[in-house]
Design a protein around this ligand. Sequence first.
Ligand code: SF4
Ligand code: FES
Length: 249
Amino acid sequence: MGRQLTISCFRYNPNIPGDKPRMQDYKLEEYEGMTLFVALNEIREKLDPTLMFDFVCRAAICGSCAMLINGRPRLACKTMTRTLPSRFTVMPLPVFKLIGDLSVDTGTWFRNLQIRTESWIHTNKKFDFNALEVRMENKTAEAIYEPERCIECGCCVAACVTANIREDFLGATGINRVARFILDPRDERSNAEYFEVVGNEDGAFGCVGIMACADLCPMEIPLQENLAFVRRKMAAAGLKLQFPGVKIS
Ligand code: SF4
Ligand code: FES
């Protein structure tokens, strides 16, 4: 017989007039190989069909099921209940707009991020439908793929001190996105152009260096290295803009 789990869930539906934020306990029996995603589904199927939470893939790919699990942003589908005490809390990610209970709107936040960082290849080359694919060095493709692995779960944003107090902060995922395009030789934007987007306190220079983002990213993206890479580029671009005549490598 497995452990008896007590899952203390945040409950609040802002769309129900008069509803109040509260914690609600659910008890269920743990079994071998149980993930928190499975446990929450069991609660919804057997104990309380009104509990709101998000999931799509159940395989740590879609990024939908991120929540605060005993205070840490993590994916419910990647969290085995055996790694948690028999009583623990689940709460929605901070920073993002609450939809209800454990469900938040990460989509609008990430869409704004894509627009702000202009997350598409900027090039003046005309697209030729008949041309062969342009080859890319494996090393370059691998370097681009690394930041590209982001599943937009929002764990890094929720864990970030700056993002929690400044709503305009791009966060580690935004800086990671910029790194992806700086690395891409097909993107013809200059560092000075990127400087306009991230060379400020809302971007690469707003991070206070606690690095909870890197500790909590479920995809283990090297967010710290990507931030350092973008910061170096932006520092050089800033100096060039300040002292146009001086040669800065
Ligand atoms: Fe999630 Fe990591 Fe992407 Fe942040 S960088 S949104 S933690 S996958
Ligand atoms: Fe897709 Fe958890 S359900 S990441």
